[in-house]
Design a protein around this ligand. Structure first.
Ligand code: SAM
Length: 276
């Protein structure tokens, strides 16, 4: 079998490779993920396998399963070699954004755990939240500033906060300094745990998710402007109509997008009823 000396691997910046070297961090991530022995865990970007090992240990080899998706094919031989004694752990060489979550997880409930490649954090969050086959929870290392945007509340909301909180409840579990990684990133990091809502638990109820996100995206287009102006311009609607509809629904048209709650975005979606 081809083996690779992991110490010889030169981290690739282009793939967001910052490997965890502080051995106290993987157990804390695994703890935050609240794994059960029979869970199906999906890991994104196992890298050299430090977090993978911690997750694998917490699963029952007979009943649990861990699938890890890695884009860097030079890491695959090392990973397959290292985890050969653990038949409940398997690897897939792929760009995680190219694979349908439903196919990856064979329709089974699963928990997503990852020290994410930061260059595609938002794309990965969207890929796994805006699908029918979303995980039951996500425990992810992200840039600290992104973590803070995910958990923000009005009047500090952002489109990312709306997108994440529509599907689940995010919580910052702990912060991680740059020195915990090799090489160290330029920014602080944080682990976020998202409890994904089951159908019927969501705080904002809408007829169409596409229309909801179209309206929120339009509203955040120019976040410093008043809501009526930015919605009218982005959705191509007469301003007087938007002012009248917002006022009628009890939403002050001079407010800024970042002050709105998810329920208020849902109300605006219903009254403006944009084409998807
Ligand atoms: N889990 C390891 C750790 O904690 O030490 C590595 C984390 S590193 C921040 C991110 C990992 O994601 C790298 O191994 C990188 O090669 C991988 N990666 C980057 N882009 C990817 C993609 N599109 N699909 C799957 N894996 C990717």
């Amino acid at each position: 079998m081809l083996t690779v000396d992991p110490t010889a691997h030169r981290p690739k910046k282009s793939l967001g490779q910052h490997f965890l070297k502080d051995r106290s961090v993987p157990p804390r991530i695994a703890q935050a993920a609240q794994l059960e022995p029979d869970d199906f865990v999906l890991e994104i970007g196992p890298g050299l396998g430090v977090l993978t090992e911690e997750l694998a240990q917490r699963l029952d080899p007979q009943r649990g399963r861990l699938l890890a998706v890695e884009l860097d094919n030079t890491l695959l031989p090392h990973l397959e070699d290292r985890f050969a004694p653990h038949p409940h752990v398997s690897f897939l060489h792929a760009d995680v954004l190219d694979v349908d979550p439903a196919t990856l997880t064979e329709g089974r409930p699963y928990k997503l755990v990852a020290n994410l490649p930061y260059y595609i954090t938002s794309a990965i969050l969207r890929h796994f939240l805006e699908t029918e086959a979303r995980p039951t929870s996500m425990t992810v290392m992200v840039q600290r500033e992104v973590a803070e945007r995910m958990v923000a509340r009005p009047p500090e909301m952002s489109l990312l906060a709306v997108a994440v909180q529509f599907y689940g409840q995010p919580k910052i579990v702990f912060r991680v300094p740059p020195g915990a990684f090799n090489p160290p990133p330029n920014v602080d990091s944080a682990v976020v745990h998202i409890t994904v809502y089951q159908p019927g638990e969501r705080p904002a109820v809408v007829a169409s998710e596409a229309a909801f996100f179209k309206v929120a995206q339009a509203g955040f287009g120019q976040r410093r402007k008043q809501l009526a102006n930015t919605l009218a311009a982005s959705l191509n609607l007469p301003k007087e109509q938007v002012v009248a509809q917002l006022t009628h629904s009890g939403i002050d048209p001079t407010r800024r997008a970042q002050t709105l709650t998810l329920q208020e975005w849902a109300t605006i979606t219903t009254v403006l009823n944009p084409e998807e």
